[in-house]
Ligand binder design. Structure first.
Ligand SMILES: [Fe+2]
Length: 326
């Protein structure tokens, strides 16, 4: 690190703060790859120590059993083979879902999901991409068995093109079973985050005769797959038996419309058992969305309470307090 960056007499900027976190967790190589390709894979020993992958996998299998009435068959994938669900229409009439079963709103399904959100490695990547005021947009689970439908390339930024060069959203996905092409892994177009637009027409197609620039990501269970919101991605279909299981933690800058509406919905005991940043991540620092003047005042005061607790704990100057209060 240069002397200028180390100079204690200079107020620490958010960039300096996040770089310290990147170095602390040994993520410098991943950051370089992320900047070059638009995505990176953080290996299991850094991303999911303390058995986090195994505990998350067990938890989502429990959720699936509870919601669907049958425990998923990880080995054969028979419970999800040719799964239709709500999203089979996305496949262009091929008849099954390109994403398998999407189970949403996991944050309320057990404390291991709170731990997954507060994972310091995940938060370092989210802070680097979307700032210290980043919020959770959604946490769900893709559970995909053998299928024929590929998932078309798209960007996760929920805006029309042209897109901003900096990330307005980012995706930090826990890979809970091995990813490779036969297992229906995520497809990426390396470097596409720099094009600042979403793919159109034929360039969205994945698989045989599809976009020749799309590559399958390969990584073991326990990895954390991270990408910039602009990066073109989709998924190959799964040809191998078994299940592809992942938890996308989709995050955004606080002024972007989130998928989950969590303002005022987080139980007090959940907020109390977590550090102040949890409340910010869980959207409790957002005042927008009021329904009347009285509601505006109430929401503003509530947001201020949680934002102040976060800035008091950190350092208001280093986390960009202006963007939090605005
Ligand atoms: Fe996506």
């Amino acid at each position: 690190m240069s002397e200028a960056i180390q100079d204690d007499s200079v107020i620490q900027t958010p960039l300096q703060k996040v770089w310290e976190e990147i170095a602390e967790h040994g993520l410098e190589g991943c950051i370089a790859e992320l900047d070059a390709y638009g995505y990176t894979v953080i290996p299991p020993d850094l991303a999911t120590p303390d058995g986090l992958c195994e505990r998350l996998l067990e938890a989502v299998l429990d959720v699936a059993e509870s919601r669907n009435g049958i425990r998923p068959d990880l080995e054969t994938g028979s419970t999800h083979k040719g799964f239709k669900g709500r999203f089979h229409a996305l496949a262009g009439g091929k008849g099954d879902s390109p994403i398998g079963d999407l189970m949403q709103s996991l944050l309320f399904e057990g404390q291991v999901f709170e731990e997954a959100l507060m994972n310091p490695v995940l938060l370092t990547m989210a802070s680097y991409l979307c700032g210290y005021s980043v919020v959770l947009s959604s946490m769900g689970c893709f559970m995909k068995g053998p299928n024929v439908s590929t998932f078309a390339l798209h960007s996760d930024t929920p805006l029309p093109s042209p897109l901003t060069p900096h990330a307005l959203v980012c995706n930090l996905t826990y890979v809970l079973t091995e990813f490779n092409r036969e297992n229906g892994s995520t497809a990426f177009v390396p470097g596409s985050h720099k094009w600042c637009r979403s793919p159109e027409g034929a360039e969205t197609k994945v698989g045989d005769g599809g976009n020749p620039k799309a590559v399958a990501v390969e990584c073991p269970a326990g990895s954390l797959l991270c990408w910039h919101g602009n990066t073109w991605h989709g998924a190959f279909n799964r040809t191998a038996p078994g299940l592809r299981v992942s938890i996308p933690v989709y995050m955004s800058r606080p002024y972007i419309r989130t998928q989950e509406g969590l303002v005022g919905e987080i139980p007090e005991e959940m907020l109390e058992r977590n550090p102040p940043r949890f409340a910010i991540l869980a959207q409790q620092g957002i005042a927008y969305g009021y329904k009347s003047q009285d509601d505006s005042v109430a929401r503003g005061m509530r947001a201020f309470k949680y934002t102040k607790a976060y800035t008091d704990e950190q350092d208001a100057l280093t986390i960009g307090v202006q963007s939090l209060y605005s």
